[in-house]
Design a protein around this ligand. Structure first.
Ligand code: C2E
Ligand code: MG
Ligand code: MG
Length: 722
């Protein structure tokens, strides 16, 4: 019975029995109101034309005859030409209403007043004409006219009600809007039925049937509802009309309706009309669905099944636009998963994605009915009530612990209570900033933004906004820290370390800007500038016959994503004609733990191109040994954390010893960072660590100071620097 089901589905969709989404309903509603702009415009133009046509032929002669004799000009106009005034008033009122309807933002006073006036005219029209026109009419005439006229105050009240609602809430009320166009359509329809009928019963050759057909077509185009509703309405009107015609006393005319084949014509017309309504409806549904999908794709993140931040921002802004103080009693939470990268590293990307999806599920569970959005990666934003929000964070934390399943990933939440009409992005930024402050505190899960953070946040905005300027104006420089051979302490190289000497903030160290630039994915700009700086300075030193030592340059993990590292390096190196042996590439362990194909290819290519590859901060991350298995390095830089408890912890020495033996076995050289004491230096020499770097041999210095130390023989340049 598959085909029966298919046929049913087809008919169900064709006739519009399927329940539409809120978006599609609104779309169709709006389309109906848009149609009423054109339709009401046509009505106004048509009526003006009719008035001009009739003016000289009937109105003026009739007026002369009647005015002053039997009635006033006013009475005359409203008695005999009330339909013209009715349609002009309705047409103009609906036209203005529909035009203003789409001007959602900043509902102006003038629009409010115009809607109020046109609505009031519709209501007044009813009272004037009703009283005037109905004097001395027959009962039947009164009842049909009554329906037509009674629609006028409904129209007027709907227009005024919507105007007041829009003024208060800054948005339209869909029910009032529907009432406006339905009463407009009903006026047109009643008019068509009435005139078609009157003409039919009073003339031997009725022509006004055209008026009926025109009006019904007009309404079919004006009101596109679900096809089955349109079919019910249109068919009822047709049946009503046919019954009315059949029952007229003029039997000649009545017979004609059903005998002359007119009925077949009527039915054919009705069928065509229903086809028109189905076709217009289907067309609109298709357009609406396409639009809905586009919007959905723009705001929805299918990977984790959550809306993006833009969605949340739009929602908040629209609440404000509608006059609601959205921030009242709410807090903006920025949710981050510290060490999330580890899940990707250890369990693969598929598991990482699944973790995020589950996380979204638990955020929704912990914050039911709250506005939730994904900002990026493992960062989420929630706007929740200030009441008991900490309990909800704790609930989420329990879920995250379960999800982590033994891995060292932690929930970190930053909070900010926005006020006034603060930009949602600013609120999120402040919550994010509060969250970033507890990144390295393993025992804290929540931190609330306080006004003292303003200064720091301002500083970080300053850094991001002035990076280009700082590079261009030379505020960003490389400082050089000596690297020495462990056996004779002679200088064998230097590490280039970025410094930002700012006209406003003064001296900025990497801790101020490196993590920030990585977070904002701008780090490659800085690293490119440092490469250029180092090569340029080196060329100048060579040209001026000053001593030159190899320099190691730091690369961020993101550089490999954000720029073509090989091309950038090659460009600077060849521009300043530098020997590649004098440039070492430092990549941190955490960068390599991503182990993407792109990164490993680039590293291999760099080696092929003649650069030494140095592994920075070895032992600080989680996958140190794996990295040694997968990559070949010229030098391993052992992280300075190993020396932090050199004296107190006996194990430190053993560990250092083992690392160096391991590196030797793998055919790699070693360097230990952060050497501050003679004891450390001696021990490292004893266990065979080749190179040393640390405050014991010198802090990072400006090039001129670094060269002064060589000149003063505080640093002896080794003969064996390559
Ligand atoms: P790193 O590459 O591990 O650099 C060594 C850091 O340890 C430097 O800090 C250096 O000043 C510091 N240091 C050296 N010897 C000692 C010592 O004996 N005791 C102590 N306590 N510290 C010592 P700095 O210059 O603040 O740099 C911090 C980090 O910023 C660097 O760590 C590196 O990862 C990053 N960085 C610096 N410059 C750049 C750059 O141009 N590009 C990129 N991507 N990262 C950079
Ligand atoms: Mg380094
Ligand atoms: Mg290091």
């Amino acid at each position: 019975m598959v085909w029966v089901k298919k046929a049913w589905n087809f008919i169900r969709d064709l006739l519009g029995f399927r329940i539409n989404s809120h978006y599609i309903k609104n779309y169709i509603n709006d389309a109906n109101i848009k149609s009423s702009i054109y339709m009401s415009f046509i009505v106004v133009v048509l009526e003006i034309w009719m008035i001009f046509r009739q003016l000289f032929e009937y109105v003026i002669p009739g007026w002369k005859e009647n005015v002053g004799v039997k009635m006033s000009a006013f009475e005359f106009l409203f008695k005999y030409y009330s339909y013209y005034t009715l349609f002009i008033v309705t047409g103009i009122a609906v036209f203005l209403f529909a035009v203003f309807y789409f001007r959602n933002k900043h509902y102006k006073k003038s629009e409010f007043i115009i809607n109020l006036v046109t609505g009031s005219i519709c209501i007044s029209w009813f009272f004037i004409v009703f009283l005037e026109k109905l004097k001395g009419q027959t009962a039947i005439y009164v009842s049909s006219t009554y329906i037509l006229y009674a629609l006028m105050p409904i129209l007027g009240v709907s227009i005024i009600a919507n105007a007041i609602y829009k003024k208060l809430r800054n948005q339209n009320h869909s029910t009032f809007a529907m009432a406006v166009i339905i009463s407009f359509a009903a006026i047109c329809l009643t008019f068509g039925v009435k005139f078609g009928y009157i003409d039919f019963i009073s003339t031997s050759r009725p022509k006004m049937i055209i008026c009926f057909l025109t009006m019904i077509l007009f309404v079919a185009c004006l009101l596109i509802w679900k096809p089955y509703i349109s079919i019910i309405i249109l068919t009822s009107i047709f049946v009503l009309f046919a019954v009315m015609l059949k029952n007229v006393e003029n039997t000649e005319a009545s017979k004609r309706v059903f005998l002359d084949g007119d009925l077949i014509n009527y039915i054919t017309f009705l069928i065509s009309l229903t086809m028109v309504t189905i076709s217009i409806y289907q067309q609109r549904i298709t357009e609406a669905k396409k639009d809905e999908k586009l919007i959905h794709d723009a705001i929805f993140d299918p990977l984790v099944e959550a809306n993006n931040l833009q969605y949340a921002v739009d929602r908040i802004n629209s609440k404000f636009e509608s006059g609601m103080n959205y921030y009242y009693g709410r807090i903006c939470l920025f949710i981050n998963i510290a060490n999330f990268k580890m899940i990707n590293n250890q369990r693969g990307f598929a598991e990482g994605n699944k973790f995020l999806k589950d996380l979204v599920h638990f955020i929704k569970l912990s914050f039911p009915d709250d506005l939730i959005a994904r900002q990026s990666d493992d960062h989420f934003v929630v706007f929740t009530s200030q009441n008991g929000f900490m309990d909800r964070i704790n609930t989420l934390n329990e879920h995250v612990k379960d999800l982590a399943d033994g891995l060292f990933v932690l929930l970190k939440v930053g909070g900010y209570k926005p006020h006034g009409k603060e930009e949602p992005y600013i609120a999120v930024d402040k919550a994010r900033y509060a969250c970033s402050r507890i990144k390295n505190k393993s025992d804290v899960i929540f931190n609330e933004y306080d006004e003292q953070m303003d200064e720091k946040l301002e500083k970080s905005h300053y850094i991001v906004n002035h990076l280009d300027e700082a590079i261009e104006k030379g505020w960003v420089k490389a400082y050089y820290q000596p690297v020495v051979w462990s056996n004779d302490k002679e200088l064998c190289g230097a590490e280039a370390l970025a410094r930002w000497i700012d006209p406003v903030y003064g001296f900025l160290s990497p801790a101020d800007f490196i993590p920030l630039l990585e977070e904002t994915r701008l780090i490659h700009k800085l690293d490119k500038a440092i490469i250029e700086y180092v090569c340029r300075e080196m060329r100048r030193a060579i040209d001026e016959n000053r001593t030159v030592v190899p320099v190691s340059i730091n690369f961020s993990r993101l550089d490999f994503e954000l720029m073509d590292v090989i091309e950038v390096l090659e460009t600077s190196v060849s521009k300043y004609n530098i020997d590649k042996n004098y440039i070492h590439v430092e990549i941190t362990e955490s960068a390599l733990s991503d182990n993407t194909l792109l990164l490993s290819n680039t590293v291999s290519k760099l080696r092929e191109n003649g650069y030494s590859i140095w592994l920075d901060d070895f032992g600080s991350g989680y996958s140190s040994l794996n990295i040694l298995k997968d990559f070949k390095f010229d030098v391993i830089k052992i992280d300075m954390k190993f020396l932090s408890n050199f004296e107190s912890n006996e194990k430190t020495k053993d560990i250092l010893d083992c690392i160096i033996t391991l590196a030797e076995r793998l055919g790699m050289n070693t360097l230990t960072e952060g050497v501050e004491t003679e004891d450390e230096s001696n021990y490292l020499r004893e266990i065979g660590c080749g190179r040393l770097q640390g405050y014991l041999f010198g802090k990072p210095l400006r090039l001129s100071e670094f060269e002064d130390r060589i000149y003063n023989k505080e640093l002896i340049v080794s003969k064996n620097i390559l």
